[in-house]
Design a protein around this ligand. Structure first.
Ligand code: ATP
Ligand code: MG
Length: 435
């Protein structure tokens, strides 16, 4: 019922249910923890979406999970649409595997968390998965006929990041969607690589970030001169990007030099400097990674050839932070409809009047019957407190049932984003919400 866009098979997660606020164990707070400096985490903690365990490490609470799962579902649908298959790799990783690609060394990869098994063998906590997935694929790929293949996962990555001052936008534990593609020849490899760009833009469009997200030339790595990052304009972002909207060009500061400008046919003064957050990136490994790993298939002539590989990330929890940073106002969070934890915040202002309570409960049932996800503020607290909480939590539509609205035979509807208040007759409510 909820995920109308994809096919039935896209709906891995159960339809989300509505909820009474008296049953929600979290509550809003006036203040965020003193040591929390990021706006996104401050608001998410105050509203009860996340709990701070330590710097850069956050737990996701009932409201937070709903947002996270909705972001994941959008990503899932778009990755399924480019024929990627969902998997889940392991968090514990083998040292030998990363040694084979020279990436076990802390001098090379500076974010490793490592530990030891009881017998003394070293293991790493997954900060990325191209090595394990490439290695695993040796068990399944033997001929060019087995290709192309693309797999993806949602997983909690562990990274010993030096700085953790950006709230959930830079975690030491964070959720990433990482996808890996395998192809038999350069042409099909590049075709897949290119197909991920519109798929990624579909994701960011559906998240309401499309207009401010740019496919950005960035430092390349093994095979190509540039990689591509998806950079979203955001004050709190840690990156600096140079953008020319008209020409559709964006360049990460890291690679802004005369050669890049010449390559891309722009001049420095045609570019606008903006703060951005990297919400995703795509890498072309060519045959390098698979050569290191020994991942090959037989080509049409029966000759072993290294597989062409690409990797494609999206920062799921970072995106959630970016949405808070970009859309929040002085009163609190403002979620886009596509990822809001509920569509409607139904606020009962009964003042002990049982008729009002009965009407609010009837409205709660009716909304649910129409598949609308509702957070029902059925608490016995002051109206002012309810309204302030609703603004902090940021659900797109607030509906108030009170003595006053009942006397007029309807409800008060407020749009969280615009603040527009309107009155709707009872008979028009469902129509208004489902149009
Ligand atoms: P950054 O330059 O921001 O550290 P990265 O180059 O290390 O990112 P990848 O390793 O390619 O990024 O990870 C893929 C995506 O995961 C990134 O585009 C970003 O959106 C997200 N991401 C990376 N590190 C973090 C983190 N510490 N916390 C939250 N999200 C992250
Ligand atoms: Mg990083």
């Amino acid at each position: 019922m909820l995920f109308v866009r994809g096919s039935a098979s896209d709906t891995m997660w159960p339809t989300y249910i509505s909820m009474r606020q008296t049953q929600l164990f979290t509550r809003t707070r006036k203040e965020a923890p003193k040591d929390e400096v990021a706006k996104n985490a401050q608001l998410l903690i105050r509203a009860g979406y996340i709990h701070k365990e330590m710097a850069g490490v956050y737990a996701y609470l009932p409201l937070g999970i709903r947002v996270l799962e909705k972001i994941k579902q959008i990503v899932r649908e778009e990755m399924n649409a480019i024929n990627s298959q969902e998997i889940v790799m392991t968090a514990l990783q083998r040292k030998e595997l990363w040694e084979s690609t020279s990436r076990w060394d802390d001098e090379v990869v500076d974010v490793w968390f490592k530990s030891k098994l009881k017998d003394g063998a070293e293991v790493g906590f997954g900060w990325s998965h191209e090595e394990p997935i490439g290695e695993m694929m040796k068990s399944y790929l033997s001929s060019y006929k087995d290709l192309p293949v693309s797999v993806y996962q949602f997983q909690t990555k562990m990274r010993n990041e030096k700085r953790a001052k950006s709230g959930i936008m830079r975690g030491r534990e964070f959720v990433m969607k990482d996808m890996y593609s395998f192809a038999a020849d350069e042409q099909s490899h590049l075709a897949y690589y290119e197909s991920t760009k519109p798929a990624y833009m579909n994701v960011f469009n559906r998240l309401g970030l499309g207009d401010d997200t740019f496919i950005t030339f960035a430092a390349g790595g093994a095979f190509t001169k540039f990689s591509h990052e998806f950079q979203t304009i955001c004050e709190a972002g840690e990156d600096i990007t140079y953008i020319n909207k008209a020409k559709g060009i964006a360049i990460n500061e890291e690679v802004l030099n005369d050669e890049t400008l010449k390559d891309l046919g722009v001049t420095r003064d045609e570019l606008e400097k903006v703060n951005t957050a990297e919400v995703g990136n795509i890498f072309n490994f060519g045959q390098q990674k698979s050569t290191d790993l020994g991942l090959s298939v037989k080509d049409a002539e029966g000759k072993e050839t290294a597989v062409w590989m690409g990797s494609y990330g999206i920062g799921i929890t970072r995106v959630m932070g970016v949405l808070v940073e970009k859309f929040a106002d002085e009163k609190g969070i403002v979620w886009p409809k596509s990822v809001a934890p509920f569509q409607v915040h139904l606020v009962m202002i009964s003042g002990g009047n049982e008729d009002v309570a009965a009407e609010a409960n009837r409205m709660y049932d009716e909304l649910q019957e129409h598949g609308i996800e509702v957070l029902f503020d059925d608490r016995d607290v002051r109206a002012g407190e309810k309204f302030a909480d609703a603004e902090l939590i940021g659900i797109p539509t607030r509906i108030v049932v009170s003595e006053k609205t009942m006397a007029q035979g309807g409800v008060e509807v407020m749009d969280r984003k615009t603040g527009t208040v309107s009155f709707l007759a009872d008979s028009k409510v469902i129509e208004h919400l489902t149009e």
